[in-house]
Design a protein around this ligand. Structure first.
Ligand code: PLP
Length: 285
């Protein structure tokens, strides 16, 4: 069934949506995006996604396509028009269409704004029961991973490598330390019950789910250490999990062929997932 998508001011059937071949998102990957989760037709962590979008745009000196209120209204309209109960809304902003040139086009070029919905069933995903198996893959991405750009070729290749190895996803590794997952933040819990997760920097995306989960962990009395952890530490962890808007808190039960804990999703991981889901349902817009 065809979706209704949003392109530059218009709600149109997906087969009628058009963007110029001169769009800089297409030619240069000169574009940023957000994916906001939808539960029971409501948006999870929307203000967090808007703050990150604003930061991504500002870091790239890119014009905002619309204000936050208008973007919220477009998200809601798309959810309503597509009858979306559970899934996500993808939003992408590019620097717009201009003759191909490495130099940015003049101020005033109209940014391109595209949004579409995707239905998925993450709450009852079977992966929550079993946990994910992840492989280590070198992190060959660019140096500004804190900006949420659409340059996702390496994450895509890393995920394909994980699949070739028979795993669900890759944890990216730089200088012997884990940076993050291909499209999620990576966390471990050590044998003393401490949650260890890489500190924010240009090396990782500043995850909206990561921020909420770290706050909830702290409120629940867990010790949280924001520091880099090595591949050896990951293999020796008592529990492991990823966070993302698409997967919320998802257990990891195998890392680089090593079974984590007893091979079942860990109790602290499942507790954090429960806390996150409760708060998400309570604060959804
Ligand atoms: N890290 C990367 C590289 C990502 O692509 C994503 C999400 O797409 C995340 C982390 C998780 O961020 P969030 O929790 O805001 O979805």
């Amino acid at each position: 069934m065809s979706r209704i998508v949003y392109v530059n001011g218009a709600y149109v059937p997906e087969e009628d949506a058009r963007v110029s071949i001169f769009d800089r998102g297409f030619l240069f990957g000169d574009a940023v995006y957000e994916v906001t989760s939808v539960l029971n037709g409501k948006l999870i962590d929307f203000p967090s996604h808007m703050r990150r979008l604003t930061r991504s745009l500002s870091e790239l000196s890119m014009a905002a396509p619309a204000g936050t209120d208008e973007l919220l209204a477009i998200h809601r309209e798309l959810i309503a028009r597509n009858g979306l109960s559970e899934g996500g809304v993808y939003m992408m902003v590019t620097r717009g269409a201009a003759d191909r040139d490495f130099v940015f086009p003049p101020d005033g070029t109209q940014p391109t704004l595209v949004l579409f919905t995707q239905a998925w069933n993450e709450v009852r995903s079977p992966e929550v029961e079993n946990g994910l198996r992840v492989a280590f893959v070198p992190d060959l991405r660019w140096g500004r991973r804190d900006i949420k750009t659409v340059q996702l070729l390496w994450p895509s290749m890393a995920k394909m490598e994980a699949r070739r190895l028979g795993k669900d996803d890759a944890w990216l590794v730089e200088d012997g330390m884990v940076t993050e997952g291909t499209s999620n933040n990576a966390h471990i819990i050590d044998r003393e019950g401490r949650l260890i997760t890489r500190a924010l920097s240009n090396s990782i995306l500043h995850g909206t789910t990561r921020a909420s989960v770290l706050r909830l962990a702290d409120e629940a009395g867990l010790t949280v250490e924001e520091r880099s952890f090595s591949c050896d530490e990951a293999r020796a962890a008592a529990e492991a999990f990823i966070t993302s808007a698409g997967h919320f808190v998802m257990p990891v039960t195998e890392i680089d062929d090593v079974v984590i804990g007893d091979g079942r999703p860990g109790p602290l991981t499942l507790r954090l997932r429960r806390l996150y889901m409760e708060e998400a349902a309570r604060t959804a817009l």
